[in-house]
Design a protein around this ligand. Structure first.
Ligand SMILES: [Zn+2]
Length: 202
């Protein structure tokens, strides 16, 4: 870490690569942090580790896919991770921070600071397409994209119906405004009768 890293190719914000790290893939070539690694390689690796950390409440998706992960930088071997919680005071925040610390440490990064950034606030639009797909596969209805709705139900104050992740029916009803976590609501499908969780729009 105290070596004059060869190619300083943008020390802070490299090219914004949106490579979705798929779960099964194990990143190869894991060198020990600072062991002859260039600054950009170090940053790449730290970013990959941070991106692959899953959400403790929605383990089907990663922090990157949820849009919680805002930034990863490395300064003199010290990793700074910036996250934005889905909800103010989201109880998972401490767990997320702990997971980031642990997994980065296991990857050879001893010094890690997790910063919490509240503005701009997280919205459900920050969830990536891959994140939405994975949530649906896990039986959790992803939030509806903002300002798009071909089927108005005619209910005042409501947006499009939440489609059932199992059968796709729009004939669903809210069972409880809060599911297992603050970020989830419990719905039930009238077509197939199955209850399901839904990531609330914000
Ligand atoms: Zn259904």
């Amino acid at each position: 870490m105290m070596e004059p890293a060869g190619g300083p190719r943008g020390s802070g914000s490299g090219p914004e690569t949106s490579t979705a790290v798929t779960g099964g893939e194990t990143p190869t070539a894991t060198a020990v942090a600072g062991d002859g690694e260039s600054a950009s390689a170090l940053l790449d690796r730290a970013r990959r580790v941070a991106e692959s950390v899953t959400d403790p409440e929605l383990p089907a998706v990663t922090l990157a896919e949820l849009g919680i992960l805002r930034d990863v930088t490395v300064q003199d071997g010290h990793v700074h991770v910036t996250i934005t919680p889905t909800y103010l005071g989201c109880p998972a925040l401490r767990e997320i921070s702990g997971d980031l610390h642990r997994q980065l440490r296991e990857a050879g990064f001893a010094d890690v600071t997790v910063h919490v950034q509240l503005t701009p606030a997280w919205t459900s639009d920050a969830i990536t397409a891959e994140g939405r797909r994975k949530l649906a596969v896990a039986g959790i209805a992803p939030p509806r994209p903002a300002a798009r709705g071909p089927v108005p139900l005619g209910l005042p104050g409501r947006r499009d119906p939440v489609a059932c992740p199992r059968c796709g029916s729009a004939d669903t009803t809210v069972l409880a405004p809060f599911g297992a976590t603050l970020c989830l609501a419990l719905h039930r499908c009238r077509a197939c009768g199955e209850p399901f969780e839904y990531v609330k729009d914000i």
